[in-house]
Write a protein that binds this ligand. Structure first.
Ligand SMILES: [Zn+2]
Length: 148
């Protein structure tokens, strides 16, 4: 344990790993396109409208949520700006390949970038779920079970 306090970078990595179990599950699902977006829920008959709960302007699917959606693009754009990364918000596939080539490895900037992306995905997904499911608790529990 003491080594964690000596090597601050190490401690940071370990804490991120421990604290972000749920977030990692969500990010992992997002990376593989396995989140239960509305286009999929409709196919299963769970909901009837495909409209994105965040912007209410377009149909929700994976590409829309990350980050074509106005709401999502704003959040991610602000995080990029905050980190001093000046580039436009891209689509999910491009974002992931950007992260893979420029933010891999153990540098603290790379760790920060991955944490930022994770936070953005977690926040967007949580907000979207809250809006859709706040009166449909059972569905949320079903999804909790699905994650296992
Ligand atoms: Zn939207």
């Amino acid at each position: 344990m003491h080594t964690y306090y000596i090597k601050q970078g190490e401690a940071w990595n370990v804490r991120v790993k421990q604290a972000a179990w749920l977030t990692q599950k969500i990010l992992g699902a997002a990376i593989q396109g396995r989140l239960y977006t509305r286009d999929r829920l409709i196919r299963w008959g769970s909901i009837t409208t495909p409209v994105c709960a965040l912007c209410e302007e377009a149909d929700e699917d994976h590409e829309h949520l990350f980050f074509e959606c106005k709401y999502s693009a704003t959040i991610w754009g602000k995080l990029l700006q905050w980190a001093g990364i000046s580039r436009v918000v891209k689509g999910w596939t491009e974002e992931i390949s950007w992260a893979t080539s420029f933010a891999s490895g153990r540098r603290s900037s790379a760790t920060l970038y991955r944490l930022m992306l994770t936070c953005a995905v977690y926040h967007i997904w949580q907000e979207r779920n809250w809006r859709i499911f706040r009166n449909q608790k059972r569905l949320v529990e079903d999804m909790e079970e699905e994650k296992e």
